[in-house]
Design a protein around this ligand. Structure first.
Ligand SMILES: *Cc1c(COP(=O)(O)O)cnc(C)c1O
Length: 418
């Protein structure tokens, strides 16, 4: 459910016609609906109202300050995976005691920053990391609160690049070694065990992998308790999928129904780290058709957004629906590749897609681009990053200005005496 809809011929975001925004900010740009963002957050939050919980929005899905701040005002926190994301979360006004820090490769500097900020907990992914964190906290005269990220060896049945909870994955501590690692953690003077963490993958469209992995984690929590290790927080990660095409992922209330019976008896505060399910369908990428081109083999629609703006189709072969911003009657349909201006054959937004015929200068909306869209954008081909716009009812806000050419060369230098 989202707030991008046609009124007559024109695609609107809430009360604002998208073509008018394109006139003002130029193309390409990311466009987010305030009503969709808040609705998704609220629906997720209310689905789990029966159990004590905290929603730590996964900042890597969409790290714009205005969006992080919005979830913070709704009682949310952040799941961060780098010092940069921690910086963003704090700048956005998220309370440190609602920030959790995951990732297999935290540096000493990042540990220092997070300890200084006094975040809720580190989600630790290896024994070397645990020992370094103990050492760093000791040097600072502090105790680091940790959860160990456990890899439950469950197949989330999603794209291999976004599966994270299988035995062969780089993430977490194998569940068979978890007790040992917890005992190590307990022996370290500057570590305080407060929780357990898992995150099994992304764009998961079935409750079964969540149920299976949580059953294993629940059993482990029981074993830890018999060893005198108390677990206050069960952080179950994110991963709930969204409909990009014809997927039918469970609604958060269905997910709650399936997992609450496992979670409730544990008496833990549950931390959720949803990313995609909150922001994915709340954002689109608006792009302009530059040319149409017919080769003996194929028809192409060449647009002004490329893989540097939205890499998901190139990286994961992801499907994004593509809709005209002005829907004109009497147009034919054509099967095309929608491609960008980047000098790579992998630069496409859609392949062999039947769309309504378009002409140069017309606008297209690439749907479901609110998650892993702007955050994965790059400056490849020296392309300034697109603007980000947030609409609330009949008002709009530029929440990130389009980059300039000067932005592209910031920090570069031609040495004098090379
Ligand atoms: C990516 C990630 C998430 C969010 O995943 P979604 O599929 O967007 O919900 C949550 N937790 C961790 C540790 C992650 O790496």
């Amino acid at each position: 459910m989202h707030h991008f809809h046609y009124r007559g011929e024109d695609l609107y975001c809430e009360e604002v016609p998208i073509s008018a925004l394109a006139e003002e900010v130029g193309t390409p740009f990311y466009l987010y609906s305030h009503a969709t963002l808040t609705r998704h957050f609220r629906v997720f939050n209310e689905a789990f109202q029966e159990i004590p919980h905290l929603i730590c929005f996964a900042a890597k899905a969409n790290a714009n300050l205005a969006i992080l701040n919005l979830f913070s005002t709704m009682g949310g926190g952040a799941d961060v995976v780098s010092g940069g994301e921690l910086f963003r979360a704090l700048r956005a006004g998220i309370a440190p005691d609602r920030i959790v820090f995951a990732g297999v490769g935290k540096s000493r500097e990042e540990m220092v920053e997070a300890l200084k900020a006094d975040i809720l907990m580190f989600n630790v992914e290896s024994s070397q990391e645990l020992r370094l964190l103990n050492q760093v906290a000791g040097e600072m005269g502090m105790v680091a609160r940790v959860a160990l990220r456990v890899n439950p060896d469950v197949d989330p049945k999603t794209h291999p690049y976004i599966s994270t909870g299988l035995k062969q994955s780089k993430f977490g501590i194998d569940i068979s070694l978890a007790l040992e690692e917890y005992q190590l953690a307990q022996s370290l003077p500057h570590i305080a065990i407060v929780g357990i963490h898992e995150h099994i993958g992304s764009q998961i469209t079935d409750v079964t992998p969540f149920v299976d992995s949580l059953s294993r984690i629940a059993e482990l929590i029981g074993e830890l308790r018999t060893l005198g290790i108390e677990i206050r927080y069960l952080d179950m990660g994110g991963g709930l999928g969204i409909p990009y095409d014809d997927e039918t992922p469970p609604h958060p209330t269905e997910m709650a129904k399936a997992i609450n019976p496992i979670l409730k008896p544990l008496g833990c505060t549950i931390i959720f780290e949803p990313g995609r399910v909150i922001v994915g369908n709340a954002g689109i990428l608006v792009t302009k058709v530059l040319y149409t081109k017919r080769t003996p083999e194929k028809d192409f629609v060449i647009v002004d957004a490329g893989m540097n703006d939205l890499v998901r189709p190139s990286l994961y072969e992801s499907y994004h629906a593509i809709q005209p911003v002005r829907r004109l009657d009497g147009r034919g349909r054509l099967t095309v590749d929608v491609v960008g201006p980047i000098c790579e054959s992998g630069d496409f937004l859609a392949k062999n897609r039947e769309i309504t015929m378009v002409e140069p200068g017309e606008l297209l909306a690439v749907m479901s681009a609110g998650a892993y869209g702007f955050t994965m954008a790059s400056n490849y081909n020296a392309r300034p990053k697109a603007a980000e716009v947030l609409v609330k009812e009949d008002r709009h806000f530029i929440i990130r200005a389009r980059e300039s050419y000067e932005d592209l060369i910031r920090g570069e230098d031609i040495p004098d005496n090379l």
